[in-house]
Design a protein around this ligand. Structure first.
Ligand code: HEM
Length: 252
């Protein structure tokens, strides 16, 4: 069978199957992320405490299983694709300084931070919050730690929504458009990479409450309303793609 010939070579069946798994896992993860942000959070603000508690224990709990394992599989299949393309091995030096290399570096770094937000911030917080709802439903006391965990989880979830907008662009841009750009000179490469990392750091540290707390003016602007989060996502996309690739790299 053709798909098994040169299976582990760049462009072979292993890379293609990895891409397929990556896309299925990615839509599972990001689809649920958008459900949480655009549907569940606004709906939960309108319903009674009892309804919210029941929904958390039945719907949110199940959704979080697909969400976190979707994130894990997306991450692992992304690393698999990089491995199959030999980009972590023999092609390492040649690739990362090209427009495609820089593009997938930005996409993969953004997505890896998002993956860490899921497993290190959102999921641990939700375990406490939903665990507390369960205890109350069974006639026990609410966990006093639960209330304090809601804000960090919500901020990380909004940060992931924001980051997903430029991240997905760079995922798809890598193979389907970035090859139109010529070689990047070193200074343009450094400027765009540093710009990307600074933007990422500001968004992430703001979401973690490390820049002026969870309710700093920037945190409220970026994360309080999901519409503002979406707008911010496109602003970041504009800076990284239009300014980064079109003006800086395009002129290099
Ligand atoms: C978590 C870390 C992630 C890593 C390390 C990663 C890595 C990769 C790699 C190496 C590629 C192939 C790039 C190329 O040569 O064309 C890719 C493509 C892609 N990734 Fe990711 N990715 C990650 C997360 C995500 C997420 C969360 C999504 C959301 C759906 C996603 C969606 C895509 C899409 C749509 C493509 C383009 C496939 C194509 O057109 O061929 N990735 N990713």
């Amino acid at each position: 069978m053709e798909i098994f010939s040169s299976f582990m070579d760049p462009g072979g069946g292993g890379e293609m199957l990895g891409r397929y798994v990556h896309l299925l896992a990615g839509i599972t993860w990001i689809g649920l992320l958008y459900y949480f942000n655009f549907v569940q959070t606004p709906a939960f603000a309108e319903v009674s405490d009892a309804t919210r508690s029941e929904a958390m224990r039945t719907i949110t709990w199940r959704a979080l299983w697909w969400f976190r394992f979707g994130a894990l599989l997306t991450f692992l299949s992304g690393i698999w694709i990089l491995g199959a393309q030999r980009l972590l091995g023999e092609r390492f030096d040649d690739f990362w300084t090209t427009p495609s290399g820089l593009s997938i570096a930005i996409g993969a770094i953004f997505a890896t931070v998002m993956f860490l937000n899921v497993w290190l911030v959102i999921w641990p917080a939700q375990q406490v919050i939903i665990g507390s709802a369960r205890q109350v439903a069974e006639g026990g006391e609410a966990d006093p730690a639960a209330a304090a965990r809601a804000k960090p989880a919500a901020r990380a979830s909004r940060a992931n929504t924001l980051l997903s907008i430029p991240m997905l662009w760079f995922m798809a841009f890598t193979s389907h458009y970035s090859t139109r750009y010529g070689a990047i000179d070193d200074s343009s490469l450094v400027v765009v990479l540093v710009l990307s990392l600074i933007i990422l750091a500001v968004i992430e540290l703001t979401a973690l409450g490390k820049i002026g707390g969870f309710d700093s003016p920037l945190a409220k602007q970026l994360f309080d309303k999901h519409r503002d989060t979406i707008v911010a996502g496109f602003v970041v996309w504009f800076i990284l793609f239009v300014i980064g690739y079109e003006f800086i790299i395009g002129a290099s």
